[in-house]
Design a protein around this ligand. Structure first.
Ligand SMILES: *Cc1c(COP(=O)(O)O)cnc(C)c1O
Length: 426
């Protein structure tokens, strides 16, 4: 398509997009070049909802004016602050509000969940993850295994794709568990894989794990805010996430966790949860008595009082998600990413797609491998960056581009695809 026709086609799509107004609710990076950059990097750091400024400023004001009273008074008292997030997080994860809590950061939450849910005993002591898992997740599970006095070299199982393949299929996981299930204590899997953009059938993975007597946890780092989840219905035992990728809550924002209802309350995992005062039942927390009475729901997993200034932007973000609706966002996402794939199709040969072609098996991100080796890929990526397209590079040879339905337009997609075509020409 010639550039003018392509822009015209993009503008038509944007005009017909029922969610187009949401772009104006975000701060778009201005860059330093002639043209504003095309930001396709929401998989790494989501853009700032403009309302985040207000929400943070409100808390600074509360601190300035109310000081210690801010814990109990003012617009949003800090003691029950986490309650502001329950409904929004529940909607995005497919959970009951008492199953989710905003707290800490992702890897810390993963450790807290593993402390409760990874309980090796007898022959059942292995953790199953994917090979090529996000480094932090791998470090967390390997160190947990070692912390139990076991050997990660023997008890951390990293499932690899079939020879020559980039993707692990759900059937590979089922196959492994059918053969080795009795040795597996826990399966930890991403809902969306960070490098390939592959979305997994979490219900199917949970079924396979439970069928062999293992527990299952999901890492939603690249899934939450990207596509809908059904954690409760899928019978996930636990899940964790960060809020600075598709949740647009800013660098180092407060993370979150899900604990399935069947593990909550008296029937839960008493004695295995690592506890702190903020997980204590709030009415009697400040008596500061030695005995711990758990708060209702996943809130009992909180350890410390939350970082209010790192949590306030999440309020702004969840307000935007509530207005737009994750189902409507997913519909736009399928159209945006589908169009990007279509525009890249003529480049087949020079560019190959690692992400599944089937839209049901991916989120918004496309992961591309440039033909001609990693050196050539890096060169193309640098040209793309120079042209003002913000994506990222994942060693050894992957370019990740993510059109985000909340703030990316079809014009962004057209410009990104055109810039990639030019970058390949030299
Ligand atoms: C982004 C990401 C992390 C980051 O962990 P933090 O604890 O937030 O620093 C961890 N795991 C996965 C899968 C991620 O995508």
């Amino acid at each position: 398509m010639n550039p003018a026709a392509l822009e015209e086609a993009a503008r038509e799509r944007d005009a017909a997009d029922p969610l187009r107004e949401f772009r104006a609710r975000f701060a778009l990076p201005r860059g330093t070049g002639r043209r504003e950059p095309v930001y396709l990097c929401g998989h790494s750091l989501g853009l700032m909802p403009l309302a985040a400024r207000t929400r943070v400023a409100e808390e600074l004001e509360a601190w300035a004016h109310d000081a210690v009273e801010g814990h109990e008074a003012g617009r949003r008292p800090w003691i029950p602050y986490h309650e502001n997030f329950a409904a929004g997080l529940a909607a995005l994860t497919g959970a009951h509000p008492d199953e989710v809590v905003a707290m800490n950061s992702l890897t810390v939450n993963l450790h807290l969940m593993l402390a409760g849910f990874y309980r090796p005993h007898g022959a059942r002591r292995r953790i199953l993850i994917e090979s090529g898992a996000f480094s932090s997740d791998r470090y967390a599970v390997a160190s947990q295994i070692a912390w139990h006095g076991l050997d990660p070299a023997a008890d951390l199982i990293e499932l690899t794709p079939a020879p020559g393949a980039d993707l692990i299929e759900e059937s590979d996981i089922e196959g492994h568990l059918a053969r080795h299930g009795p040795e597996v204590a826990l399966v930890l899997w991403p809902s969306v894989q960070f490098r390939t953009g592959q979305a997994f059938d979490t219900a199917r993975i949970a079924r396979a794990a439970h069928a062999c007597g293992a527990l299952v946890g999901f890492d939603l780092a690249h899934g939450i805010g990207n596509l809908p989840h059904r954690l409760h219905e899928d019978e996930a035992d636990f899940a964790v996430w960060c809020s600075y990728k598709y949740l647009n809550s800013g660098p180092g924002a407060i993370g979150g966790a899900f604990v399935h209802r069947r593990h909550l309350g008296a029937a839960g995992v008493p004695g295995t949860r690592l506890e702190g005062w903020w997980g204590h039942e709030p009415r009697t927390r400040f008596r500061m008595e030695p005995g711990f009475t758990a708060a209702a729901g996943a809130a009992a997993w909180q350890v410390s009082n939350p970082p209010i200034l790192a949590a306030a932007p999440l309020l702004a973000s969840l307000e935007v998600f509530r207005e737009a609706g994750i189902e409507a966002l997913r519909r736009k996402s399928l159209a945006l990413t589908g169009w990007l794939e279509e525009l890249l199709a003529p480049l087949a040969g020079a560019v190959s797609l690692i992400t599944p072609h089937d839209p049901a098996r991916r989120g918004c991100q496309l992961s591309l491998r440039i033909g001609g080796g990693a050196g050539r890929g890096r060169e193309v990526f640098e040209r793309l960056t120079h042209a003002g397209v913000v994506g990222d590079w994942r060693a050894p040879d992957v370019i990740r581009l993510a059109p985000v339905p909340l703030y990316n337009s079809f014009l962004d997609v057209a410009r990104g695809a055109a810039a990639l075509e030019r970058a390949l020409r030299g």
